[in-house]
Design a binder for this molecule. Sequence first.
Ligand SMILES: O=P(O)(O)O[C@H]1O[C@H](CO)[C@@H](O)[C@H]1O
Length: 349
Amino acid sequence: MNRAATVNEVSNGQQQQPNKTKPSGKRINGLSSSVQDIAGLLLFCFSCFLSLTNTNLASYGSFEMVQEIATYLLDRTRIRPQCGIICGSGLGCLAEQLTDVDSFDYETIPHFPVSTVPGHVGRLVFGYLAGVPVLCMQGRFHYYEGYSLAKCSMPVRVMRLVGCTHLIATNAAGAINNNFHVGDIMLIKDHINLMGFAGNCPLLGPNDDRFGPRFLGMAKAYDPGMLQVAKDTAKHVPGLGSILREGVYCCVGGPNFETVAEGRLLSLLGVDAIGMSTVHEIITARHCGMTCFAFSLITNMCTMSYEEEEEHCHETFVDVGRQLEGRICELVTRVVGTIRSEANGRKKE
Ligand SMILES: O=P(O)(O)O[C@H]1O[C@H](CO)[C@@H](O)[C@H]1O
């Protein structure tokens, strides 16, 4: 049975209890029945709210559901991808580099959410990059679109079940670090799971060991080897070295951008760039044993003082991505190329 249905049933069961036990029309502790009715109504509204919230946070995508999606896709393409690539806002150009493609609009894939954010096309693209079979998500899902974190990152599990061992996640982000500039590329060496601090995580709910373990170490979430490859690449791609940075990414829920106070707080916490994605995808990928690499395209400087003009505009961010297409595609192509050599190396052993 679908796990989401099970979770809903449990939460519905809990929410009905207050009503079942509500004594109608009797006086309790001196309260009149109309006051009790109002209190009951309020309690009912509150439990409905809690149930909705729980549904929003609860796990989405049983192993069987993800397997059904994977089988649907594998039945329709001969490509057996090794690496999943998630295109951030304005970074859909990555999918356009693939050759011999098989594409699937999200609407046509069973159980798949749909993209609602400009700059996220909403298509899974199988193809080859640097001779390596890859699967590109041309458009991702964000929490602020109304999807649970589990639903946002469910496609990562699909990537794993169709055969991907590696994940490359990209995003558009605002810089907190004032040594960064718009147009820089920040290699993500670590992240702060701010939403996790508040108890929201893509792994909430019962654990299915077929995906991965209940408790998960995150100290090496971002693969040092792939990070090094990216740094080495910068030595060979003109114009890349001067814009390459390294730092800590933090995901906020969005869709509003940060207040000045929030930006300053995150700066104190050691954050270099802020976005509204990636962290839950990396957690999900690490849970199912994938090797991860991620980077942020710095599309804006976060507003850190009340004197600054606030110039945040999603459409402008998407344009920054277009301007840097060449270097970003070159970076990803070269990093993916090393996955092929790794796999060949393993075959020879
Ligand atoms: O993280 P990606 O999908 O690149 O998008 C980033 O850009 C949007 C804000 O402009 C937010 O969704 C933020 O997360």
